[in-house]
Design a protein around this ligand. Structure first.
Ligand code: NDP
Length: 353
């Protein structure tokens, strides 16, 4: 068996699927490989943080997930921590209600914050195993496609977590495992341990990535794409909604920034400086005949080291709007990317074409 990682540009080729209706193409979707793995994820996917089981209920979730699925989204992201497990319950009920074929969807969960007891959190073998069992029950599934370590756990040896994840794979409870917001050094350690012990290495990372938050995806993880074929399922592509431009005239009623517990969003993200940047980006979106949210999502898609952009939405209209980012991505010329760069005032991009 060839153990080398096929991480050439060929392995990153997009798989374009034309959906036909009466012989006419009505939607073109791109799927990307999860790094060097064979699994294909829709370029845009849908997550449940903040929204399901908290901000919105099952009725809205059914609508949002249906719209996404009809547009070709195949990946749905969740975590044990989201609304204390309620997000997974909502997602599980929606899967059941809509009766999608299991083969047609990719479902994830994450382990780390499961409760207050000493063994209800972290990445010990015990919590990894129990969290997986509970997530499967809430989601009403037999297996998870992706299972993430939601954060690094300084109180558990990495080897213990690698062994626990490998066990879950051997038991058929998960198919791929990965990390979220781990340092490149820790991911490489986990990978090396797995290789040394003949266990399954981590395949993907879930980092934050958007126009205003770039360093990890563009710099720190750069060697990992090459050396271990790391895939990335990136989160908060709109910086919690800021990059839709919705906060440029204050804080709209019902938006994420008005929710209890999201004071940090108002304080750290919706800053005068960031809001000003969104204002300056508006004319660029107009030039491309799209809105700011679509520009911001298309900008994330432009980075070919991103396997999928996990979107979030509190309303089905947002899903419809956001999916159109797929049409905007090809319009992002090098000149436009430079002008965006000048506004976001970040360092020069790498991994962007
Ligand atoms: P975004 O940054 O895209 O924010 C989504 C929110 O922005 C929506 O809920 C909505 O909030 C608002 N919004 C979305 N589209 C529009 C639009 N077109 N116009 C105006 N407002 C819009 O993504 P999230 O922060 O939700 O992250 C996406 C997913 O990533 C999560 O659901 C989760 O699955 C995952 N995630 C993972 C994390 C991790 O640690 N691994 C951390 C965070 C998220 P509203 O209408 O309420 O203002």
């Amino acid at each position: 068996m060839n153990e080398s990682v096929d991480n050439t540009s060929k392995s990153r080729e997009h798989i374009r699927v034309d959906l036909l209706q009466n012989g006419q193409v009505f939607l073109q979707l791109n799927y990307r490989r999860l790094g060097s793995a064979g699994l294909k994820l829709s370029e845009l996917s849908l997550g449940s943080w903040v929204t399901y089981g908290g901000q919105v209920g099952e009725e809205v979730a059914v609508k949002c997930m249906s719209v996404a699925y009809d547009k070709g989204v195949n990946f749905f992201d969740s975590a044990e921590a989201y609304a204390d497990g309620k997000a997974e319950i909502v997602m599980g009920n929606v899967f059941k209600k809509l009766g999608w074929k299991r083969e047609d969807i990719v479902v994830s969960s994450k382990v780390f914050w499961g409760g207050d007891g000493p063994n209800d959190k972290g990445l010990s073998r015990k919590h990894v195993f129990e969290a997986c069992q509970k997530s499967l029950k809430r989601l009403q599934l037999d297996y998870l496609d992706l299972f993430f370590c939601h954060r690094p756990d300084p109180n558990t040896p990495i080897e213990e977590t690698v062994r626990a994840m490998d066990n879950l794979i051997r038991q058929g409870k998960i198919l791929y495992w990965g990390t979220s917001e781990w340092s490149a050094a820790d991911i490489m350690r986990a990978h090396a341990i797995a290789r040394e012990l003949g266990l399954t290495p981590p395949q993907m990372e879930q980092p934050q990535y958007n126009m205003l938050h770039r360093e990890r995806v563009e710099d720190e993880y750069q060697p990992l794409y090459r050396e271990i074929g790391l895939g990335t399922t990136i989160w908060s592509p709109l910086a919690s909604g800021l990059l839709s431009g919705k906060y440029s005239k204050g804080i709209p009623t019902g938006s994420r920034a008005t929710l209890d517990g999201y004071e940090w969003l108002r304080k750290n993200v919706i800053t005068t400086e960031n809001v000003e940047k969104t204002r300056r980006l508006e004319p660029l979106a107009k030039e491309l005949d799209c809105n700011l949210a679509q520009l911001a999502l298309a900008w994330c898609l432009k980075n070919k080291n991103v396997s999928t952009v996990i979107t979030g939405a509190s309303r089905p209209e947002q899903v419809t709007e956001n999916m159109k980012a797929l049409d905007v991505e090809p319009k992002l010329s090098p000149d436009l990317m430079e002008r965006i760069e000048a506004i976001t005032d970040d360092k020069s991009p790498s991994g962007l074409d």
